[in-house]
Design a protein around this ligand. Structure first.
Ligand code: UDP
Length: 348
């Protein structure tokens, strides 16, 4: 299902462009590279913007030499200049794991606020469709279960997670303001826990953490009593949903995630079983404001996009475990903000 298009490309006037041009902010993170791959397969030209503070060029190095792909190292909280036509903007730039946004609180707030403003400004200038990668965190520690799009959430604005939750809530608000006031063609997806290859082994999220601990037969760090629940979606399913959303006429938020819910304690057992690990469980304090339950109501995604996840947990985890196994002994370099703090530590 390749799209045809007549606009000129950001790749230069010599290029007789017939393909849609997509910009992916945060394109070198976890989800961004999967989206870049998918868009290229659909015949798009792709411009990937990333400042690499939590992203990693290793995640896009397989695209080097692809004429339809271009990487620009850029912090999207600064003015974004791109010549030529742009058809779609996928705004994914943000620290997204709890330990990243706790270590980068100001950058997290800035990219949600200033970065979303710049990306929307680009969409308006180029008359491009704009898709915001929002999050289930906008529901906070939810009092409604499962969460549907009409729930307004239960967020602590001044807690440590508030920097991410409120940044994304602001991002949703300014996206709707650009839609209503400037007529920008916007879409918002609320992404629930997603996992798969290209997560950083040390990003602190539960999937890479438990898999790496199990592969090394190290203790599994279970936070709280492990009774809190999550529902995990495999990355390929999510990217398909995002693509469908980008082509839909839906401007409001749509949940994307897998409604198959389990406790984190059960999840730890599942990873231990699938990796054949001897790891023991160690209990650690539950992080502040850690949501007690989370499960998406995906009725809207089914109705308006005809989308639902197709890859079951065991299959998705098998692929992800295989990825981390192949990375063992070849760990991805630390993200830029960690390298800087290591250098500071080393020079202190
Ligand atoms: N968690 C855990 N051990 C870890 C990392 C996370 O028990 O080493 C728990 C965490 O407290 C949360 C769940 O796993 O309840 C999912 O955490 P994650 O950081 O992946 O994302 P969240 O869903 O909280 O945004």
């Amino acid at each position: 299902m390749k799209e045809r298009h007549s606009k000129r490309s950001v790749h230069g006037p010599h290029d007789r462009e017939t393909r849609p041009v997509s910009v992916v902010t945060g394109g070198a993170g976890f989800l961004g590279p999967h989206l870049c791959d998918f868009l290229l397969e659909q015949g798009h030209r792709v411009v990937c913007l990333d400042n690499l503070i939590t992203g990693n060029v290793q995640n896009i190095e397989h695209l080097a030499g692809n004429d339809a792909f271009r990487f620009i190292k850029h912090d999207v909280t600064e003015y974004i200049y791109l010549p030529g036509a742009v058809d779609y903007i996928f705004h994914f730039a943000s620290p997204a794991s709890p330990i990243d946004y706790l270590e980068l609180p100001i950058q997290t707030l800035k990219v949600g606020a200033l970065g979303t403003h710049k990306a929307l400004g680009l969409a308006r200038a180029k008359r491009a469709a704009f898709l915001l990668a929002s999050t289930s965190e906008v529901y906070g520690d939810p009092l409604v279960h499962p969460q549907n799009e009409s729930y307004w959430g239960n967020v602590n604005p001044i807690g440590p997670r508030g920097v991410y939750d409120e940044a994304k809530r602001y991002a949703e608000a300014i996206t709707m303001a650009y839609h209503r006031f400037h007529g920008v063609n916007t879409k918002i997806v609320r992404i629930f826990n997603t996992y798969g290859p290209r997560m950083r082994p040390n990003d602190g999220r539960v999937v890479p953490t438990f898999i790496v601990q199990c592969l090394r037969n190290k203790p599994i760090t279970l936070f709280g009593d492990g009774g809190q629940t999550r529902s995990f979606c495999y990355v390929a399913d999510l990217i398909r949903g995002i693509y469908l959303m980008s082509r839909s006429k839906q401007d409001g938020p749509v949940n994307l995630g897998n409604p198959d819910e389990m406790s984190i304690a059960e999840f730890a057992m599942k990873i231990r079983e699938l990796t054949g690990s001897r790891s023991e469980i160690v209990y650690k304090p539950l992080p502040v404001d850690d949501p007690k339950v989370r499960r998406p109501d995906i009725t809207k995604a089914k109705d308006v996009l005809g989308w639902k996840p197709e890859i079951g947990l065991e299959e998705g985890l098998a692929r992800t475990i295989e990825y981390f196994r192949s990375q063992q002994g070849d760990p991805a370099p630390a993200p830029a903000h960690k390298r800087r703090s290591n250098q500071r530590d080393a020079s202190a």
